[in-house]
Design a protein around this ligand. Structure first.
Ligand code: PGA
Length: 245
């Protein structure tokens, strides 16, 4: 299975060092693929610390251009140069707080892949959309441009907005239903299977149930990924069949 730690705008250099000292030795026994996504200024340090370990490093966003007059933005090509090999794109916090649209998210994902990065593309409905019965329509719209991407370097994360950082994870039934929909949609768009992660209040206590749900290929973890012990406990809750990948 795949486990992605989304640190959001948390962490520091000293925290990253302590975290890696604790987590990385444990990954030697771990059958899963692990990606750490700290804030931009910590990427190079993370790459150095993770070298030779089972963990890869990713960013939390990138621009869609190789370079240009885009003050404050970061090129995916520069991210690749730091040694990062993944990037999260289209996170709901980007969509809700920073004006991310389906078009801009797809453009970022495409540029990231051109730079050689693997993409975790986030989708998910708000509570109002779910209550209005619009979940599948929203997921359909958010995934509409993913056929342009290389499915070999693409992972989708289903993150219902109402479950992110709230402590209220989706139920296994809701997850199974949404993942089946996304898997079918991606198969139709790309002609092959694309792994789908679940994200939204994943914790050691609920990870076993969520990760055993059909169609779940791993987790995108926010809050609980900031603590090495709880992130590792989430991985340990994965069903035993989880092969590397
Ligand atoms: P959470 O965040 O695990 O804190 O709910 C998940 C995410 O935002 O990716």
């Amino acid at each position: 299975m795949l486990f992605v730690a989304n640190w959001k705008m948390y962490g520091s250099a000293s925290q990253l060092l302590a975290y890696c000292e604790r987590l990385l030795p444990q990954l030697e026994q771990c059958p899963h693929t692990v990606v750490l996504c700290p804030p931009y200024p910590l990427l190079a340090q993370a790459v150095m610390l993770c070298a030779g370990s089972g963990a890869a490093v990713g960013a939390q966003n990138c621009h869609w251009a190789r370079e240009g007059a885009f003050t404050g933005e970061v090129s995916p090509f520069l991210l690749a140069e730091t040694g990062a090999s993944w990037v999260i794109v289209g996170h709901s916090e980007r969509r809700q707080l920073f004006g991310e649209s389906d078009d801009t998210a797809a453009a970022r994902a495409q540029a990231a892949q051109e730079a050689g990065l693997n993409v975790v593309f986030c989708v998910g409905e708000t509570l109002a959309q779910r209550q209005a019965g619009e979940t599948f329509a929203v997921l359909e719209k958010q995934t509409a441009l993913l056929g342009k991407l290389d499915p070999e370097r693409l992972v989708v994360a289903y993150e219902p907005v109402w479950a992110i950082g709230t402590g209220h994870n989706a139920t296994p039934e809701q997850v199974a239903e949404a993942h089946a929909f996304i898997l079918g949609r991606l198969e139709g768009l790309t002609g092959q299977g694309v792994p789908v992660l679940y994200g939204g209040s994943v914790k050691p206590q609920n990870a076993g149930e969520l990760l055993s749900t059909p169609g779940v290929a791993g987790a995108l973890v926010g809050g609980a990924s900031l603590d090495a012990a709880s992130f590792y406990a989430i991985m340990q809750a994965a069903p035993a069949t989880g092969a590397k990948g």
